[in-house]
Design a protein around this ligand. Sequence first.
Ligand SMILES: Cc1cc2nc3c(=O)[nH]c(=O)nc-3n(C[C@H](O)[C@H](O)[C@H](O)COP(=O)(O)OP(=O)(O)OC[C@H]3O[C@@H](n4cnc5c(N)ncnc54)[C@H](O)[C@@H]3O)c2cc1C
Length: 476
Amino acid sequence: MIIKKNKDEIISYLEDSSNVKGGKAETLYVPENEKEVLEAVKECASKRVPLTISAGGTGTVGGRVPFGGRILSVEGLNKIICVDEKRKRAILQSGVIISDFLKILEPKNLFYPPFPTERTAFIGGNVATNASGEYSFRFGCTRKYIRRIKVILSTGELIEIERGKYFASKDGYLRIAEKKIKIPSYISPPIKNSAGYFSHPEMDLIDLFIGSEGTLGVITEVEVELIPAFSSPFIMIIFLKEEKILNLLGEIKESKKISPLCLEYFDKHSLEFLKEDFPDIPEGAREALYIEEEESEDILEEWVNLMESYPVIDTWISQDRATYERLINFRHKLAENINNYFRKIKLTKVALDIAVPENSFRELFNFYKNIRLNNPRIETVLFGHIGENHLHFNFFPRDEKEREEVIKIYQEAIKKGVKLGGTISAEHGVGKIKHKYLEMMYGKKGVMEMVRVKKEIDPFCIFGLDNIFSKSLLRS
Ligand SMILES: Cc1cc2nc3c(=O)[nH]c(=O)nc-3n(C[C@H](O)[C@H](O)[C@H](O)COP(=O)(O)OP(=O)(O)OC[C@H]3O[C@@H](n4cnc5c(N)ncnc54)[C@H](O)[C@@H]3O)c2cc1C
């Protein structure tokens, strides 16, 4: 196993895409197999040294940023163990990079749908954050595709959890190795959600680990379900000169004739953030909808009919592989440009990641619109997975006074989202920057129930300290 102690070699593991500052660690382990992972975990457990699990580092909530202790990077666990084309299953070590996996699947006509926009993420990171991506509108999030995982616990046990095998009892207990663990009493909202430990009556044990943000153990291996690749998808970007997106969205969702793979929203400010990369964005566009669909004559005609009554200023359609790639980049570039901008202005990411149930989305969207209307000085960008009632609302306060205003707005929005039955984090997780919002969602009781679960599974309290909840709660 490679072990690094030199500051220069560790420095790049002290950050992720959240721009959370102050990361520090004394040692970095880079194991190449489960035996070496076990060795590192046992060493840390015996010395009660915190251990932060590190994957692709694309997380946006500081999850892999360590504040002391040691780091275990899963980058050496990078083998695609097998792709079973017949059963449509693949077994991967947790350090496999998503883009590598997708490339391997392409010639086999298979597809793994829930990967996030940032494809340098690792499969283990995706499981730990329950990531979703552009295709989640049609196909759902990571949780749905995970059939089996292997996890190394701080007690030195390697457990294998297969979906459908271990369920919570009627009185709410899960069995893990020799332990009986009471699941939290809250019920996770039945929407896209990455906030805190999953909990549901008679839940499957595997779901507790999916989305646990590196706090329960090291995921070393993952078996995923695959689907057949779709027939030549195409991308369409519709630019509107008036803000009509909600009506359009309603019609799209009601239509029986179209069935998009993804629906992504861009407000006017998002389009401005993309102008340098895409100078042909039409002047006067107030918002845009990015759609991916499976190609067929009928489908295109249906879209044309549907758009007829909307104030469309321009439509871009991918015609071939090259324009398809260019338009995919339209979507990817925005998230990248925003993260770079946060870095440039040296600000920890201030971004709402709320999703709400279908019938509440209009209210949340109008609430966001009013925030913009009432605070015209504050720079914002609103974009994302509108098909799943989930938008990313990013704020860029220029000074301390504006930052205070933004924090107030942020809290009001969280209150609103929770009141509407939503989640404070649909896909990015809680990490180190959203603890108090998690408490607004589940209450102190819910958070303390998570703390209890964590302490029972990781009795030495070494994994992912300060992720999901403050480490100070572990002492209580
Ligand atoms: C430009 C950009 C676009 C993005 N778009 C999306 C998007 O569309 N959808 C989305 O959901 N997210 C998105 N993200 C966020 C990010 O890509 C996801 O959260 C991703 O799942 C993180 O994976 P990672 O491998 O980078 O994990 P890291 O950032 O390295 O770690 C994330 C967390 O997982 C834990 N962890 C990692 N590996 C393991 C393991 N093997 N065992 C246990 N715990 C582990 C870490 O300790 C940490 O808490 C985006 C980020 C960027 C920068």
